[in-house]
Unconditional design. Structure first.
Length: 502
């Protein structure tokens, strides 16, 4: 199959960047059965980078068969945890040895600045592989006291073939969050990266054999959602599916599971995370964290702090500082590989149009454009100015719906009770952030907010060993940390008669 390869000579990375462009099935790169391809675009220029093979249901069937066979013959609990862990660690080491190239490939495909790719995504991916490598030989059941004539214990067994579908905002990180816990627990994997950002997943696929995984244990199939994705979601031999993406598609995944084989579903979906800044906050710090919360990765982060509630006494001070920060980022917008770039493009023309549509709706709804609100003046690429809307009201679309772009909606509030009410007035429940120097208030408010993650005096940071997931319509189940182990294992209770005669 084909290769993508290009030479880069940039201030932050010099050298070749390459990956295979086929489907990775049963330990080999192959063309798609129906021969289709997908264009992969560089969002910083709008130009074609390469084409990759596009899987359809036929390829998914082949991959699932390969995975089932691998599960029966050369994986699952047949391979001791310590060996599974060694392979994951080897994979981590191979990733680490090539980490700058991975970071560069991610920058090319997503447009995110080098500092975010190399310093953020790559490190988190690496830590995730290492962390779950360590878990592989620590999957324990329990023995349960019943009576002297019986030994009862539990085994935490893998599901078998696990389907995984991931989005484009943190491509390699999402691969690591998905495949590392699945493999540590003895599952085999059929993963579909986003059709928009398949390159780092394919590059990682190129390391799977060298890490020692038997053929069929890991299968990576770029493809479109309604074809390859839907085939995974409804496949009768996939026993568990893990999905990260929009709430709308998450519903389809659950529906497909219900209509096919009731596969276990975990979902990590959209958000509209409230950031609450109280008068007793360290305002300078709150401003910086709020900016990180909504402008990092051009706002394309599921936990982005997109609703910013500011208490009335500090509203003006906050807005001055916040707008200065946003304007500063706007000046550092551009080439992901230029040193000092802080703000990149959004990922695609579709995403650009969607975000600009939300900006127009906010203007039409009467929100005040405090900063930005336009396409960035760069001549090419999908760049949007860091944007702040002031004086937003709860009914506005910009306050209700996930934008997934560099767009903050700021809302003024008076009291703690009122802001808790407003913050929880959403169907989402992924993240929240509270800024206050009063420890009682910090605990009280973070307890009262309906979200799977609460940050106090910080924002959006993830740790490989801390769980992530949603309340309400933001998701089902938890990823990362010890909690993810539970979502990739099923419990078998064993009763052994040690003497009862009947
Ligand atoms: O997401 P999709 P899109 C949100 C964000 C963004 C919006 C749309 O608000 O603006 O979603 O983005 C696969 N069966 N998030 O359209 O469709 C698809 O191929 C099976 C939040 O890109 O959810 C891709 O691999 N799979 C989010 C994955 O689903 C299907 C991250 C995600 O794409 C499918 C991304 C189908 N019928 C977007 N249709 C977050 N929470 O992090 C699509 N897919």
């Amino acid at each position: 199959t084909g290769m993508f390869a290009t030479e880069l000579d940039t201030p932050v990375y010099r050298g070749t960047v390459s990956c295979n462009t086929g489907l990775f099935i049963n330990g080999k790169f192959v063309e798609a059965a129906e021969g289709g391809t997908i264009d992969v675009i560089n969002p910083a220029t709008g130009q074609l980078l390469t084409k990759v093979s596009a899987a359809t249901s036929k390829d998914v069937d082949i991959a699932v068969e390969a995975a089932r066979k691998a599960y029966k013959t050369s994986w699952g609990l047949k391979v001791p945890g310590v060996q599974r862990g060694e392979m994951l660690m080897k994979l981590a080491n191979l990733l680490e040895a090539n980490i700058d190239e991975f970071a560069a490939l991610e920058c090319l495909n997503t447009g995110k600045p080098w500092s975010e790719s190399r310093g953020g995504d790559m490190n988190l991916s690496l830590k995730t592989f290492k962390y779950y490598a360590g878990w592989a030989d620590k999957i324990h059941g329990k023995t349960i006291e019943t009576n002297e004539q019986k030994l009862a214990y539990t085994r935490h067994e893998p599901y078998g073939v696990v389907g995984q579908i991931i989005p484009w905002n943190l491509p390699l990180t999402m691969v690591s969050w998905k495949i590392a816990p699945a493999l540590a627990t003895g599952n085999v994997v059929v993963l579909k990266p986003s059709e928009i950002t398949p390159l780092t997943a394919l590059k990682l696929a190129g390391l799977i054999n060298e890490a020692g995984f038997p053929p069929g244990v890991v299968n990576i199939l770029p493809g479109l959602g309604p074809t390859a994705g839907a085939a995974i979601a409804s496949h009768p031999h996939i026993r568990k599916i893990a999905f990260t993406g929009s709430t709308i598609t998450g519903r389809k995944i659950q529906e497909a599971s219900a209509k096919s084989n009731l596969k276990v579903v975990t979902l990590e979906l959209g958000g509209k995370s409230p950031n609450i800044i109280f008068e007793d906050a360290d305002i300078e710090q709150a401003i910086k964290w709020a900016a990180i919360g909504i402008f990092s990765n051009s706002g394309q982060i599921c936990v982005a702090g997109s609703r910013i509630f500011v208490q009335e006494g500090i509203y003006d001070t906050f807005m001055q500082g916040f707008s200065r920060t946003a304007k500063g980022m706007s000046m550092k917008t551009g080439d992901p590989f230029a040193s000092g770039t802080m703000h990149g493009p959004v990922v695609s023309q579709t995403q650009f149009d969607r975000v600009m549509g939300y900006i127009d709706s906010a203007k039409a709804d009467g929100a005040e454009v405090f900063v930005g609100g336009e396409r960035h003046s760069l001549s090419e690429g999908f760049f949007i100015e860091p944007t702040i809307f002031a004086d937003c009201t709860p009914a506005m679309k910009i306050v209700q719906e996930e934008v997934f772009g560099p767009v903050a909606a700021v809302i003024k509030f008076r009291t703690e009770e009122e802001v808790i009410e407003m913050a929880n007035d959403t169907n989402y429940g992924l993240g929240c952030a509270v800024f206050t120097e009063n420890v009682s208030r910090a605990i009280r408010v973070s307890n009262a907010l309906e979200a799977g993650t609460a940050w106090v005096n910080c924002n959006i940071s993830a740790e490989h060993n801390v769980p992530v997931g949603g309340y309400k319509e933001s998701g089902i189940g938890r990823e990362m940390g010890e909690y993810a182990i539970d979502t990739y294992t099923q419990v078998k209770a064993v009763h052994i008669n040690v003497g009862l005669k009947i």
